[in-house]
Ligand binder design. Structure first.
Ligand code: KG4
Ligand code: ZN
Length: 358
């Protein structure tokens, strides 16, 4: 039995968790900074780091006490080492290094992006990850920092087949929400507000989907672009609501619903196209935006019967340390621990493999 303490501080959630053998989540404590960043309409990196500094010690203590365990019972300390906001990452990485050194425990740096994919199977189905019938697996990781399609083989090889050329989908929702005066974080607020509107009232562009007679360049067939859709929202709002962007009620709700529809439509279409082209046996939806009910339902409706669809449980979609501690189990199992000189990294590195199915 291996208990791992995981720590997550890549963005605006300070989280710590204790997970047994990669799947049994004994605790998952999360301190959210949403209220601190809300006035700015987005995450301010230095402010995030300062909040992590305050929260990290108590949250680690809480994770251990919720699990009914002591640090001495841990088999390793794991931490998100990237990608993410550098000032925020450094707090978690340094704290985890200190804990590992003081308690003479193995130290493991975790790729946050792969952890989001792993979160889908956490707590219920990591055994399934070993089934060859799941592969090739196509994962859509869609969050505030990423929008990417990853193809994973039964042999644990991973390849980024598509990514965003500019904004991530969550970032576009957050920026749209700010523009519409709806607040932060945009994704959940837009989802709630969109219920009151008609998603087909307006047509926002679907970039890189081949609409409006614009063929998709071959090299961007599976890529995303969300900055244009945001600009078109701005023009649309000015047209309907003037410089002050004061839209009448019906138009306002229809705008929110139509904007969300455009984002969901692009995500679903691109994913299903890539799944068909690569002969994917399963599709995985992960990351913060995977909380979105309209996106979940769309994939449920459109995924062909012969393809297995795995939607991340909502409680593990947004940033959390359970996915970090869970994935770290596989690093430990494979003897892949890290030196205390390990560096943090801000951007998604080249992906070539995942540790969870080998
Ligand atoms: O994975 P996450 O917690 O952090 C990053 O790694 O970025 O994702 C946060 C993102 C935010 O952009 C937030 O607006 C979005 O996930 N999000 C949602 C929903 N809940 C969170 N987007 C759409 N619908 C939701 N219900
Ligand atoms: Zn994340």
């Amino acid at each position: 039995m291996a208990l791992i303490l995981g720590i997550e501080s890549s963005c605006d959630e300070t989280s710590a968790a204790v997970v047994e053998d990669g799947s049994r989540v004994l605790s998952n404590a999360v301190a959210s900074q949403i209220r601190r960043h809300a006035p700015y309409g987005g995450v301010v990196p230095e402010l995030a780091a300062r909040e992590h500094l305050k929260a990290i010690n108590p949250i680690v203590g809480q994770a251990l006490s919720d699990a009914g365990k002591t640090i001495g019972e841990m088999a390793a300390i794991a931490v998100t080492s990237g990608p993410g906001l550098m000032p925020a990452l450094l707090v978690g990485v340094n704290f985890a290094k200190g804990l590992a050194a003081a308690n003479r425990l193995p130290f493991i740096g975790i790729n946050h992006f792969i952890a989001h994919i792993y979160a889908t199977f956490l707590d219920t189905g990591i055994e399934r990850l070993k089934e060859p019938s799941l592969y090739p697996m196509l994962a859509l990781v869609v969050s505030g920092g990423h929008t990417a399609l990853v193809l994973i083989t039964a042999g644990s090889q991973a390849r980024l087949v598509g990514t965003t050329l500019d904004d991530a989908a969550g970032e576009a929702l957050d920026k749209a929400s700010k523009l519409l005066g709806l607040g932060y974080p945009g994704g959940p607020i837009i989802e709630k507000t969109a219920v009151k509107g008609n998603p087909t009232a307006y047509h926002f562009p679907r970039p890189l989907c081949g609409g409006a007679g614009k063929p998709v360049p071959e090299e961007h067939r599976y890529d995303f672009s969300f900055s244009g859709i945001k600009t078109s929202l701005l023009y649309h709002c000015r047209r309907l609501g003037g410089a002050e962007i004061k839209l009448p009620e019906t138009e306002f709700y229809d705008t929110v619903a139509s904007f969300q529809e455009a984002v969901v439509d692009v995500l679903a279409k691109k994913t299903l196209k890539a799944a068909a082209d690569f002969g994917a046996a399963s599709i995985v939806l992960a990351g913060g935006v995977a909380c979105n009910g309209v996106l979940r339902q769309r994939l449920e409706d459109l995924t062909p019967k012969q393809v297995q669809l795995y939607l991340s449980p909502r409680k593990f979609c947004t940033d959390n340390a359970a996915m970090v501690a869970g994935l770290a189990y596989h690093h430990l199992r494979l003897g892949r621990t890290d030196a205390l000189t390990l560096d943090a990294f801000a951007r998604l590195p080249h992906l070539s493999e995942v540790p969870f199915n080998c």
